[in-house]
Design a protein around this ligand. Structure first.
Ligand SMILES: *[C@@H]1O[C@H](CO)[C@@H](O)[C@H](O)[C@H]1NC(C)=O
Ligand SMILES: *[C@@H]1O[C@H](CO)[C@@H](O)[C@H](O)[C@H]1NC(C)=O
Length: 413
């Protein structure tokens, strides 16, 4: 059960005014279903770290060559432990597919679990689609043009999708709904006449005048939430019932490679102590679960919290009295502090056994990114951050927005 207690203190040190997005009555809202894939969550760290590695590698070497695949052959396949899924209908008549929502990639594809059903609206392009997500996580298959329906009656005509003939790392889901910037689709289609970029689902909704703004917004439910479908993905606007106060926006960072993703600049503070300065670039990613900090920042965080690296779970662990003294962690983004309270920094204790932990211990949800800061991608805000803050991914204005929610300061963990 959740006990929600809202702090009434003013926690934002600075308020930046921003032009609100006009919300239509007919916003397209899709429930985000949260699902634990299998019996436990023991590979979250490996999954997040493999993903972080891939974000950096992808920009270093735009396309994966077959030689790379061979050198990766001895890496184990890591399927995602915790899935955030929306149902998308493709074809005419439509077939429903359960797709992972992914702000860190931009192609949409199906066929990992449920096979693609060709219908009267399916058109092959004679080209191939290939996207790499990690050391042993990829999709390869044929490109199709098809009709994609999201929720009630909102339909995209002529959406390019991938139809998987080979996948790794996608056990238990049908594919991906790519919500990242369109630039990430560069060179993903291979064939006689490949497009430079593949317009995303959001791009097409916008260009076909189905939504008023080229943006998506998200609300994630906490892991401990009893209702596994209380997350929400909204196309074309923001849903005022899902956040409180104002949405604070920040332009996409100019620092590469974070600039290729939903990247932002932030200053990170523990209590009143800066643990990295001045500003560092990172990204927001819905398929990263925890909050990743560059190795040197992670070590600084470990030092100020006094946490030890637990040898069984490999998570940072605190004693009860250290937890009682834990201070807030702040991401200052474009002048606004986004606070993670002590409770927002710890793994939900009800679920300690899922990560191989003991019931009476306190584990932290801050993980090591695997490289030191200064590489242009120094933190990743995963779903543990997004369950505390409403998020807006605004393609039109090249910015990311966050707002407080009823759960920002709640004691759910
Ligand atoms: C963000 O980008 C907009 C449009 O390019 C620009 O007008 C604005 O000054 C930028 N804001 C900041 C804080 O850099
Ligand atoms: C977690 O699940 C995996 C695969 O299902 C299994 O190999 C592992 O032993 C499990 N770990 C725990 C702590 O239950």
């Amino acid at each position: 059960m959740l006990s929600i207690s809202l702090l009434t203190t003013l926690l934002l040190s600075l308020t930046v005014s921003s032009t609100p997005i006009i919300v239509r009555n007919s916003l397209l809202r899709l429930p985000i279903t949260k699902r634990i894939n299998g019996n436990n969550l023991t590979t979250i760290l490996e999954h997040d770290q493999a993903r972080a590695q891939e974000f950096r590698r992808r920009s270093a070497a735009a396309n994966l060559k077959s030689g790379d695949l061979n050198t990766r052959a001895n890496v184990p396949i890591i399927n995602q432990d915790l899935d955030f899924i929306v149902e998308v209908n493709i074809g005419s008549p439509p077939t429903p597919y359960q797709l992972l929502i992914d702000t860190g990639s931009s192609n949409t594809w199906v066929g990992a679990g449920r096979l693609y059903t060709e219908t009267s609206s399916s058109v092959t392009t004679g080209q191939q689609v290939s996207v790499t997500y990690g050391p042993r996580s990829f999709v390869a298959g044929a490109e199709y043009i098809d009709t994609v329906s999201l929720g009630l009656g909102l339909t995209i005509e002529g959406q390019s999708i991938g139809v998987a003939s080979m996948t790794e790392g996608f056990l238990g889901v049908d594919g991906i709904l790519g919500l990242g910037p369109v630039g990430l689709t560069a060179d993903t289609v291979i064939g006689p006449n490949p497009p430079r970029f593949v317009p995303t689902v959001t791009d097409n909704l916008y260009s076909q005048h189905s939504i008023e703004s080229n943006l998506v917004s998200m609300s994630f439910s906490p892991l401990t939430s009893v209702d596994s479908s209380d997350g929400e993905l909204t196309f074309g606007g923001t849903d005022a019932s899902k956040y409180v106060g104002e949405i604070h926006y920040s332009n996409i960072t100019s620092t590469s490679p974070a600039s290729e993703y939903w990247g932002i600049d932030a200053q990170i503070k523990y209590g009143s102590t800066l643990i990295i300065q001045p500003f560092t670039a990172g990204i927001v990613d819905t398929r990263t679960i925890l909050i990743s900090l560059a190795s040197d920042v992670f070590k600084a965080y470990q030092q100020v919290t006094g946490a030890v690296l637990d040898k069984y779970t490999r998570y940072l662990r605190l004693t009860q009295s250290q937890y009682e003294n834990l201070q807030s962690l702040f991401f200052n983004i474009n002048g606004v502090d986004f606070e993670l309270t002590p409770n927002a920094q710890i793994w939900p204790r009800l679920y300690n056994s899922y990560i191989g932990g003991e019931p009476d211990k306190v584990y932290l949800m801050i993980e090591d990114l695997g490289t030191n800061s200064g590489e242009g991608l120094d933190f990743i805000l995963g779903t543990n951050f997004l369950e505390r803050y409403y998020s807006v991914f605004d393609t039109e204005n090249r910015r990311v927005g966050f707002a407080q929610t009823a759960r920002t300061f709640s004691q759910t963990n």
